[in-house]
Structures are given as structure tokens and as C-alpha cells.
Design a protein around this ligand. Sequence first.
Ligand code: NDP
Ligand code: HSE
Length: 438
Amino acid sequence: MNAPIGVSLIGCGAVGAQVARMLTEHADELRQTSGCRFELRNILVRDPSRSRDITLPSKLFTTHATKLLADAGTQIVIELAGGTDHAKTLILAALLAGKDVITANKALLALHGREVFAAARKAGRCVAFEASVCGGVPLIEAIRRGLIANRIDAVMGILNGTSNYILTRMLENNASYAHALAEAQAAGYAEADPTLDVSGGDAAHKLTILAGITMRAACDFNKINVEGIEKIELSDLTAGDQLGYRCKLLAIARRFDDGLDLSVQPTFIPTTHPLANVSGPFNAVSVYGHPIGHTFFYGRGAGGAATASAVVADLVDTAIGNARRTFERLVLLPDQTPAATYRPTGETACPHYIRVGLRDQPGGIGKLATVLGSHGISIATIVQHEPPQSVSSAAVPVIVTTHPTKERSVRAAVDDITRMDVTQSPPISIPVLDERES
Ligand code: NDP
Ligand code: HSE
């Protein structure tokens, strides 16, 4: 049997505790399948006295990063603390100390990937990051190995488990937004700062990484058009349901002749589309490449146990030398690929759903139709609901769906609708996935 491979963890929270569990409780199975014997040597945390999901010898825990970094017996460091500043400092120090690194930290890789990967190359080490996109779904591996022969033109998917959980619970169980978010946090799906989940930031971090390796260009997080689910109301979800749509926080990267178009937005998806039926913390990604055509990946995108599956897969890959070979040989990461070029904002067209609350007075719908027409927007359907009977001054909800329209025209129309004298509550627009396009 080979000598043990020393592993140290930075972080022992939702994901870290499950990785520690696999390394301790499933050590025999791991040894049998991989031939690797892993030895858990240090766990860096903020508060060693905190109660955790697993009981481990207290001597493993430390609050001193230097103990872990100076440990000659640690060959692989797994970063599962999150955040961008301290995590980056620790990862760069670990690489400099001659350790390979595994991380699930999509925020860090989206914002500082180039620097982290370049530092690893300079140190002759590698960084593995399967868990950073779609939790347990082995998507990075599939793209980097199984789809390497393809030119990928589009990637589209549900990349955030927390927001998908919230949208699912609101529609299916009538749960309030706040209640569903609290449940997602209790289940360990949410980020330490859940604003990242609901604002679309987390999905955009993942899209930055995913678009980079699929489009083979270094993508800039700040070039993504990002909108979260905060403005979505239950009435939008039920109206969508009646129209034959499910609302999902959809991340899309598409290659056009004039550059990449990257977006994260709540999107109505026809219920016949496979992505419409991805519920709860599950993620799914459709990848379109040449020559393969459509491929589809699905699984648990959030949660400690599912994510630990991807982290430990990276651990085995690193231990047996695959991760290093892939890292050194393939030109897919942002320290080596050219900077992406981007399509001008708002040029991509699709149908849209627009909801606005109008005053209950003559001419309101006429004014709405005039504004839409002035922006060249053609109405496909229009529905006006009665206001709640108990509230005489309530806005009348009006829902319009449009024929395919450029995003920038819809934004300009929404601004004008906001300023109409008959508008009582501000409009929101939600793109509708065009099945013919997708
Ligand atoms: P948690 O907040 O549950 O755990 C974070 C852990 O890191 C805790 O053990 C904490 O210590 C420790 N920690 C945080 N800051 C420091 C610091 N400055 N110094 C030392 N230790 C620190 O996070 P998660 O496990 O949910 O997430 C970890 C990473 O994995 C993040 O990058 C996240 O984005 C990513 N991820 C999470 C997924 C999920 O489903 N939760 C899925 C995929 C990726 P202490 O316990 O003492 O507070
Ligand atoms: N907070 C993230 C999510 C964890 O909900 O998808 C997985 O990356």
C-alpha cells in the first residue's frame, strides 16, 4: 500500500464537515477504489469550539493558518471557507508552500481565477475546482474531457440551488419568499451571505467559470448582465404557470458572430422544456456543441454532502496525478486563454413577460399599448385581472407577453411605462426562453 496522502482542510462548515466525513467514515471504500490512503491532518476554522455535523478529534482543529501551511505532511489543501480575500491569501500561500489545492470557491475563481491559476503554474502545482460549479454534478470534468473535441456555442442552466429551491417552494407549497430562503439556509444550500444566491451573483460567479472553459476565453464577471429573483412575486409564478411557463434563475452563455452574450436572469421556461422541471436544490445545464449537439447534465447543485462528492473526486484526481496533467496540458483556464469579446448589451432578442399595476381608469391599457408600440414591441397576449375587491385603490395587474424583442427595447419600454401617469406599481419584465432558439 502506498504511503498516506496528507490532506488539510480550510473550513469545516456545510461542505467541509461532509468532506471530513467521507475522509474518515468512508476511508476504506476510497482506498479500495482509488488505491489512495488519505490522512486528514489539520482543519483550519474560526472557532474550534463550534458544534459541527461531525465529531472529529479536537487536535485536528486549529485557528492558525501557519500550522497548516508549514505542515510538511500535508500535500493537498482543500479550501472550503468561502470569501475572496482571506481565501485567496491562504490558497496562494498553500501553492507557494508546495501544496496542490482543491477549492469549491466560485466567487474567488470568478474574480481572481487568473491570478490563482497563474500562481499554481508558477509553483508547479495544480488547482482543482469541480465543486465550484453545480455542486455534486461532474460538469467541469464532462466539459474538459468528454466534450473537449467540441466547439461549444451555448451553455444554459440553473446554477444556483438556493434560488431554485425558493422559486419551487413558493409555487408548489405557497411558501413565502422569506420562509423558503430560511429553509434553504437551514439545509446548508445558501452562501454565508445569501444575498449572493438571490441576487444572481453566485450563479454569475459560476457562469464566469463555466463560460471560460466552454468558450475557451477568459470571461469577466462584470460583463454579465445579472438580475436576481428578489422582485419576483408569487403572482408572477402563478401567472407564468397559467401561460405554460416555470420561472427559473437561468444562466446563459452564448457565442454570436459579434461576441459572447452572458446573462443571469429570472426567465420563464416553457413547461415542456427539461429545465422547467428542475426543482428544489437541483441544478441542470444544457451544453450545445459541435459536433455533439445538445447534452444535458443534472443533479444536486447545493448541499454539503453532494458538494463533498465533487471535492473528494477532485482529491482522488489530484492524488493519482490526473488533475496535475489536465491542469498543465489543457488550455482552458483564464491565465492562458485570450480575453473574451462581448456582444453589445441588450442585442439578443426573445419574447418577454411584462407585469405592471395600472390605475383602474379608462385608457390605461391604451397608453400601455402605445408605449410598447413606440418601442417596436409587438404584443402576443394581454391579460388584465380585477383588483382585489377589498381594496378600491389597488392597482390592476396587467400582464403582457410580447413577440421576440431585443432586451434593450424592453428595458427602454419598461422605463417609459414606469413614468406613465396611469402606472401605480412599477413594471417588471421577465424574458421567456424561446424554445425554437434554445
Ligand atoms: P460554511 O459557512 O458552512 O463554512 C465555512 C467554514 O469556513 C466554517 O467552518 C468556518 O469556520 C470556516 N471559515 C470561514 N472563514 C474563515 C477564516 N477566515 N479562517 C478560518 N476558517 C474560516 O460554508 P460552506 O461549507 O457552505 O461553503 C464553503 C465553500 O464552498 C464556499 O466557497 C461556498 O461558496 C462553496 N460551496 C458551497 C456549497 C454549499 O452547498 N454549501 C456548494 C458548492 C460550493 P467556523 O466553522 O469556525 O465558523
Ligand atoms: N449557494 C449555492 C447554491 C451553493 O445555492 O447553489 C452551491 O454552489
